[in-house]
Design a binder for this molecule. Structure first.
Ligand code: NAD
Length: 271
């Protein structure tokens, strides 16, 4: 079954979660509940996804503890704005404590992410959120947070999939004890037709999505695949009863392309 990965603040996070960006409105409560029944123990939402209420409703109905991540949007950068935005998300989720809150994007042109980070530090110190982290941050921005606040994020959630493996950033994360959460882990579905992935899938009698997600988990990464299809949700978490071998890892390592990003460049977004 899925395990937990320790975080540098003493907490821990499930090693796979459910992404809920663009889940059909009106179906999200039921889809999160089916995912929990399939074995997911973590859900990744954000203020920007507009579905924190639905996620909260499904999580509150679970008998098992579910790790909930949410994120603050660009328009909520700044100390006071971030505190107010957290309050809004907190009310929508309806949970006693949020497990993890992230700054969604650094929005460097706004130059407010250090103030936003100070707000998250306060919320953590007050016990309203267990762990705090960032998303789409680069090494320079992580270093600036520590230099100016003394607190390193415990996670950085970034675009990461076989064709964009972010090796330099991962090496920095490893040195600093930052856990790597991967958005777009399936390349938003596009990487499932990659011949090398299909070949490995045939060899193990698994699906391409299972191969890619198993690669993330074996690499120590935390994928948060999204699917609005209950059968695919179940497929995406049924990755704990087989293992990749060294040849599989070598074949996937060879897919890495430093220019393989398909999402926005974090240095340019949010201005
Ligand atoms: P993803 O790589 O998870 O791809 C999702 C798509 O892949 C689905 O819409 C579906 O078309 C396809 N898919 C899923 N399971 C499949 C299967 N078993 N077989 C075939 N196709 C399948 O991409 P994503 O949704 O962009 O990322 C996942 C989550 O990451 C999001 O839901 C969200 O929670 C988070 N996210 C965060 C950021 C950020 O800036 N922090 C950005 C984007 C997404």
């Amino acid at each position: 079954m899925n395990e937990n990965i320790p975080l540098s603040d003493g907490n821990s996070i499930p090693n796979i979660g459910l992404g809920v960006f663009k889940m059909p409105a009106g179906e999200t409560v039921e889809l999160v509940k089916t995912a929990i029944r399939s074995g997911y123990r973590a859900v990744d939402t954000a203020a920007m996804y507009g579905n924190e209420e639905e996620v909260g409703e499904a999580v509150r109905a679970s008998e098992d503890p579910i790790f909930v991540t949410t994120k603050l949007w660009h328009s909520d950068h700044g100390y006071d704005a971030a505190l107010a935005a957290f309050d809004r998300g907190y009310a929508k989720l309806g949970l006693e404590q949020i497990d993890l809150c992230l700054i969604h994007w650094p929005a460097p042109a706004r130059n407010l992410y250090v103030d936003t980070w100070n707000a998250l530090i306060r919320l953590r110190d007050e016990g309203r959120v267990r762990s705090i982290g960032v998303s789409n941050f680069g090494v320079d921005q992580l270093e600036r947070l520590v230099r100016e606040t003394g607190v390193m994020p415990v996670v950085n959630q970034v675009e990461l999939h076989p064709c964009f493996q972010q090796r330099a950033l991962r090496a920095f994360h490893a040195e600093e004890g930052i856990a790597t959460i991967c958005w777009g882990p399936l390349g938003q579905g596009r990487e499932l037709a990659t011949p090398a992935i299909i070949e490995i899938a045939k060899k193990h009698a698994r699906t391409p999505a299972q191969i890619v997600l198993r690669w993330h988990v074996e690499t120590g990464l935390i994928p948060i695949p999204k699917s609005s299809n209950p059968a695919r949700q179940a497929e995406n978490i049924a990755i704990f009863e087989f293992a990749l071998d060294a040849d599989d890892h070598a074949a996937i390592a060879a897919l890495d392309d430093p220019a393989g990003r398909f999402g926005p460049d974090p240095m340019l977004l949010g201005n």
